[in-house]
Ligand binder design. Structure first.
Ligand code: GDP
Length: 524
């Protein structure tokens, strides 16, 4: 197969949802279809329950052993499908946002009884920002649900995207009869006792009285509703979907493996192959001959006996090859990778080459940080992996004076992995850790102890937000820094950060210093 064909057949995507909507269940069913797993229950839920840390650590430990769960690749009908796993817990949304920089499209799972939930909205905002094409799967139709039209309206309003149903449910809850696949004109009947793959019944003419034989009185309702659907929603336009302006919608029940096959079949046909990626210097086309890629995730091995990490590289262009010299842009050095791994059928194996859209895992001993670019020599820096301005802050103190070296090293590496952000106060030189979720502090403490043999202590710091500041007006900038001296800090790269105590103070600062830009993302 030629290079261009390899690109065209790749589908790299992420599944996102508000916790509990059914992301794990759907992922598992897709993997079953792809032959990547053979039994239900094989996919570990990455969900963190109430008792937070221990749970998280347990999950991380399991994943450390089988990193494969981060990327799941399989072959399906001639397509190479790569599913990137995203954490469900909201304290780890930054990790999810970063993973979304490496996907070419997204499937959003919505609970049919709950509709759009807060995290669905946040995740959609990220997709909209990047114009990522989105398919919506409305899940749990086997349970009592909201009205289908209301759900669609809710999605349009709250997720701010046009929708187009490509399948339509027949009733819901205990009366759920199945879905009519609008895209393929095919009726599929629901039977909760069957969870195998089943072909639907073809129904060219919905007006045929035969429909009654299958779904009884619901036939009339289905005809009416479909008429309404066709009247309200314009024809499905693949271009609009690919531009990120329109979300095709499917209904089903992941638990009963119902509607999932349709979803996958349509997905591989309409979802985009790898798309161009923007670097600071220029846009990079996947079909370019020379290899480029970037690190979007670093996974530490929690097992203290095997301290290496894995850097996940998304291939943006060209063919990645084992044992070939590539330039690490940030370090300005060449590296060769002798054991890059890929994740096929939930097995991790060493690969010789990989194509745009693929993810390779590179064992790393500390050379990579999130956002690093690799090329064949060209100066390129891929964009789009920002750090968000953290909202929870604590001073970090060394609790074991004999282990300060270990502590510093641990903190450094954890920051490189993107677990949290480190700031140094201009006032007293103390180190401040900023995060978007409270759970990260526990994770940091636990990992410092178990992986670096270091102990830390936290001291609360009540602060509203940290934001990056800059200005062309050097005098004003200096003036601001002088006046706010005790609230200024430097980030890891030495950039100026203003730590605002409250929304009011931030507001005042912005008003008093219009010459300054206040940034809430590290990338500006
Ligand atoms: P996640 O947090 O989004 O990954 O959600 P899970 O896949 O873990 O599902 C959350 C709960 O909903 C689990 O108990 C699932 O068994 C259940 N669930 C998922 N899909 C369905 C469905 O289609 N119907 C029903 N009745 N339950 C479902």
């Amino acid at each position: 197969m030629g290079f261009k064909e390899e690109i065209k057949r790749r589908r790299t995507f992420g599944i996102v949802s508000h916790p509990d909507a059914g992301k794990t269940t759907l992922t598992e069913k897709l993997l079953l279809f792809g032959g990547a797993i053979h039994t239900a229950g094989a996919v570990k839920s990455n969900k963190i329950k109430k008792s937070a840390t221990s749970d998280f650590m347990e999950i991380e430990r399991q994943r450390g052993i089988s990193v494969a769960t981060s990327v799941m690749g399989f072959e399906y009908q001639g397509y190479k499908v790569n599913i990137l796993d995203t954490p469900g817990h909201q304290d780890f949304q930054e990790d999810t946002f970063r993973t979304l920089t490496a996907v070419d499209s997204v499937i959003i799972v919505i609970d049919a009884a709950k509709g759009v939930e807060p995290q669905t909205e946040k995740l959609m905002n990220v997709c909209r920002m990047r114009k990522t094409p989105v398919i919506v799967f409305i899940n749990k139709m086997d349970r009592p649900t909201k009205d289908s039209f209301d759900l669609l309206d809710e999605i349009e309003e709250q997720l701010k995207i046009k929708v187009r149903p490509l399948s339509w449910p027949i009733n819901d809850g205990p009366d759920f009869k199945g879905v009519y696949n609008i895209f393929d004109k095919n009726l599929k009947l629901f039977d909760p006792s069957i969870t195998e793959i089943e072909e639907g019944i073809n129904f060219e003419d919905l007006n045929s009285p035969e429909l009654e034989n299958y779904i009884g009185n619901d036939a009339d309702v289905l005809r009416e509703e479909l008429e309404l659907v066709e009247g309200v929603y314009p024809e499905f336009d693949a271009k609009e979907y690919l531009a990120g302006d329109l979300a095709p919608v499917f209904f089903g029940s992941a638990l009963y493996n119902f509607g999932v096959h349709e979803l996958l079949d349509t997905f591989v046909r309409i979802a985009p192959h790898p798309r161009p990626k923007d670097a600071e210097e220029r846009d990079v086309e996947p079909s370019e001959e020379k290899f480029t890629g970037f690190v979007f995730k670093i996974h530490a091995n929690i097992d203290p006996n095997h301290r290496s990490r894995i850097a996940f590289v998304k291939i943006c262009s060209g063919t990645f090859q084992r044992n070939t010299n590539y330039k690490h842009m940030r370090l300005g050095k060449n590296f060769k990778f002798s054991s890059p791994t890929a994740f096929m059928a939930s097995k991790k194996e060493i690969i010789e080459e990989a194509y745009p859209g693929d993810i390779v895992g590179i064992p790393d001993t500390g050379n990579f940080i999130i956002g690093d670019t690799l090329t064949e020599g060209e100066d390129l820096h891929f964009k789009g992996i920002p750090s968000f301005s953290p909202e929870i802050f604590r001073y970090i103190e060394n609790a074991d004076p004999m282990k300060s070296k270990q502590l510093n090293k641990g903190v450094d590496q954890l920051m490189d992995e993107g677990v949290a952000q480190l700031f140094t106060s201009e006032l007293n030189g103390r180190k401040i850790i900023g995060t978007v979720g409270a759970l990260q502090f526990e994770v940091i403490e636990y990992r410092l102890e178990h992986e670096y043999n270091a102990k830390c202590r936290w001291e609360n710091l009540s602060m509203y937000k940290a934001c990056w500041i800059e200005s062309d007006d050097k005098e004003k900038l200096a003036d601001f820094k002088k006046r706010k001296h005790n609230k200024m800090a430097k980030d890891k790269h030495g950039r100026d950060v203003f730590m605002a105590d409250s929304p009011f103070i931030l507001d005042m600062a912005q008003r008093d210093f219009p010459e300054l830009s206040f940034h809430f993302k590290s990338e500006f």
